[in-house]
Each structure stands twice: as C-alpha cells, then as structure tokens.
Design a protein around this ligand. Structure first.
Ligand code: NAD
Length: 343
C-alpha cells in the first residue's frame, strides 16, 4: 500500500520550502502519495477557518503530516472573535493528540561561526527539548473583558506523566526538568509528578530540576551541560527558540510532534512563515529538510534514510552552502541543489 503523506504548505515562505522537501521525500519513499491541503492563513482566506474538518480528517488518516509554517501580518488581529492562523496549529496538534514535541538542537561544526555565541560555548552541544504540546496555558480557559483578561494554566497528573516518560525514553545522559516551582502551583505538581515517574520507572537516569529563568541563562552560557530538557508548553515554546540561536539560525531547526500510537506524527520546522522574506526565493529550506528527515525516522521508521538525508545537509554545509540567514548568498533553489548534490 502506498505511504500517504499529507502536506500543509500554508503561509509565507511555507510553499517555497515545502515543494523542494517533497521532491526530496520522494527520493526516499518509493510508493508515496502526497496529498496537499490548505491550512493556516491560506485556509482562513479560502474557508474562513485556519483548520477545516476536511484537512483535519485527511491528516488523521495519513501516515505522516509535513507542515511548513503558518501566519503573517495579513491575519494578525487582537479581535478574539476573528480567526487566526495559529488556531490551526493548536487544533491540528490537539486533533492528532500529539502531546510530545521533540526539538533537537545540534549546532553543526560547519556553522559554529554562524552562531552569535562564541565557538567554545556551543562546541559539542547536542540537546533535545521535549516540550509538552497539548496542555497548559495555551489550551486553558480564556476570559476577556474590555479591561482584563486571563488564561488558565492547568496540567493533570496524567499529562505530566506521559511527557516525562517521553523525555526519559529519549535521554542518553540525563533529564533536566524545567519549571517555575518557586512561584507556580502548576509547576509544583509538575515537579512532583516528574520525580514520581523517575523513581518508579527511570531511576537509572540522572534527573535535575532547573527553574526556567536559570535554564534560559544556562542555555546560552553552558549549553553543553544539557542532554534532554523537558518542560511545559509555554516554557518549551520560548526555550526552544532560544536554543535555536545556538545553531546560528532559526532556519536550521526541525521538530517532530508525536505521542499518539494510533495516528500520524506532525513534522515541521521550528521557525515561522518569515513574511519579511516570503516570495523572494531566499528562505533557508534546511530546517524543512531536517523535518523531513525526522518524518522519515519517527513517522515512517526509515532510520537509515533519515540519517542519509541529515548527512547530506551536513555535507552541503561543509561544502560551503550558506543561505542569507547564515551570512551567505545562496537562494532556496541553490540550497536545494547543494543538498541534492550531496545526496
Ligand atoms: P519567524 O520564525 O517567521 O521569523 C523570525 C525571523 O527569522 C525573520 O526575520 C525571518 O525572516 C527569519 N526566518 C525564519 N525562518 C527562516 C528561514 N527558513 N530562512 C531564513 N530566515 C528565516 O517568526 P516571526 O517573524 O515571529 O513570525 C512570523 C509569522 O509566523 C507570525 O504570523 C507567527 O505567528 C508565525 N509563526 C508560525 C510558526 C509555525 O508555523 N509553527 C512558528 C512561529 C511563528
């Protein structure tokens, strides 16, 4: 049976980076059916909502979902009654029951000098941010009046247990659980449950707890001290973008959202739709290609194919490939050619 991949190019640079990623994917998966669906701002324009029932149903029945990026100034609004592209993202993650977001951060030696941090600080960094994706403040009840607003930050024991397990399973040397337990009640439960899971199932793996403000500092002062960082939805959102800068550009970072054993995973770059450079053919497609590699590995169990693609990206960079965000002049098409040549 053919492998069915649903693709969601969405907005801004999305279509520009997804098209070459699909070409690359086809080289690795012989019998593949690509089904493109409208999503995000493009879906708001076409259907008045960022995620239609049809797109969600197609995604649910696919083997994996490859998403580029959503959003843009056209759809920016502070009116809570108007649809926003990000609602599509949240709806898709929730609808596919993908509670575990994996964001590997491994600056490549060829790019050490593209990072705003000194080489000696980032050298050897190889960490994974495991972000809880379907709970917490992004999904809690919201209230709004003219003069006040609130977002409820709520986690259940079960939600924390399963993300803690994801983190321990991915760990090689230790797990750092990041919270704000000195202030937030929800963080105190988080810490208690992580300790429970650790003692019951993973006591052989070292565990440490770090407050989020301290973690933010250590990520840029001592990133090699981390192996797996596990944290809630909002802290994970912020820390993983911070960690992205270790690699020199947000245009380098892939992600996988997984957790539902009976449904597809969602694979997407960490960056947004980069409206400031959309349509110019200069976006860095490497995070999209590395997300495709994560799709091969985590979505289709094609581990060696994933490694081959990752090595081709490394090799292209070793050979001097630099898009503008990395201080070079290569276009999206040239970057694609460089990776294909390395393949
Ligand atoms: P962004 O990640 O789109 O862009 C931040 C900066 O990084 C910009 O200067 C951009 O040009 C650059 N950049 C990002 N990706 C790049 C790439 N592949 N190649 C070269 N440069 C790249 O973040 P933003 O500007 O804060 O947000 C823009 C829009 O994207 C907003 O509407 C936001 O809501 C949305 N967004 C979507 C996602 C997602 O789809 N997962 C994530 C973050 C932001």
């Amino acid at each position: 049976m053919a492998t069915r991949i649903v693709t969601l190019p969405a907005d801004g640079i999305g279509p520009e980076i997804l098209a070459p990623a699909v070409d690359i994917l086809k080289r690795f998966v012989a019998d593949v059916e690509i089904e493109e669906h409208v999503f995000g701002g493009a879906s708001i324009d076409a259907h008045g909502t960022a995620l239609t029932d049809e797109t969600l149903a197609a995604a649910k029945s696919a083997d994996a979902v490859l998403l580029a990026a959503v959003g843009g100034p056209k759809w920016d609004t502070t009116d809570p009654n108007r649809p926003r592209p990000e609602q599509g993202l949240l709806g898709l993650r929730k609808g596919l029951q993908l509670y575990s977001n994996l964001r590997p951060v491994r600056p490549l030696p060829a790019l050490y000098d593209a990072s705003p941090l000194r080489r000696e600080i980032i050298e050897g960094t190889d960490l994974l941010v495991v972000r809880e994706l379907t709970g917490g403040i992004y999904f809690g009840e919201k209230t709004r009046t003219q003069d006040s607003a609130s977002d409820l930050n709520i986690y259940s024991r079960e939600e924390i247990e399963r993300i803690a397990r994801s983190a321990f399973q991915a760990a090689r040397t230790k797990v750092t659980s990041v919270d704000k337990a000195n202030v937030l009640e929800v963080s105190r439960l988080w810490r208690e449950v992580v300790i429970d899971v650790h003692q019951r199932e993973f006591s052989h793996i070292p565990l440490e707890h770090v407050l989020v403000d301290n973690a933010a500092m250590q990520l840029v002062s001592n990133p090699t001290s981390f192996d797996v960082i596990v944290t809630d939805n909002m802290f994970g959102d912020i820390l993983s973008d911070e960690a992205a800068m270790l690699t020199g550009s947000i245009g380098m970072l892939p992600s996988a959202s997984v957790g539902n054993p009976d449904g597809p995973g969602l694979f997407e770059p960490v960056h947004g739709s980069a409206p400031d450079i959309a349509g110019q053919g200069i976006a860095n497609p490497l995070a999209m290609f590395l997300s495709t590699a994560m799709l091969l590995r985590h979505g289709l169990n094609l581990d060696s194919e994933a490694s081959t693609l990752e090595s081709a990206v490394d090799q292209a960079l070793d050979n001097g490939l630099r898009t503008r965000d990395l201080g070079g002049t290569a276009s999206t098409a040239e970057a694609t050619q460089a990776v294909l040549a390395a393949l």
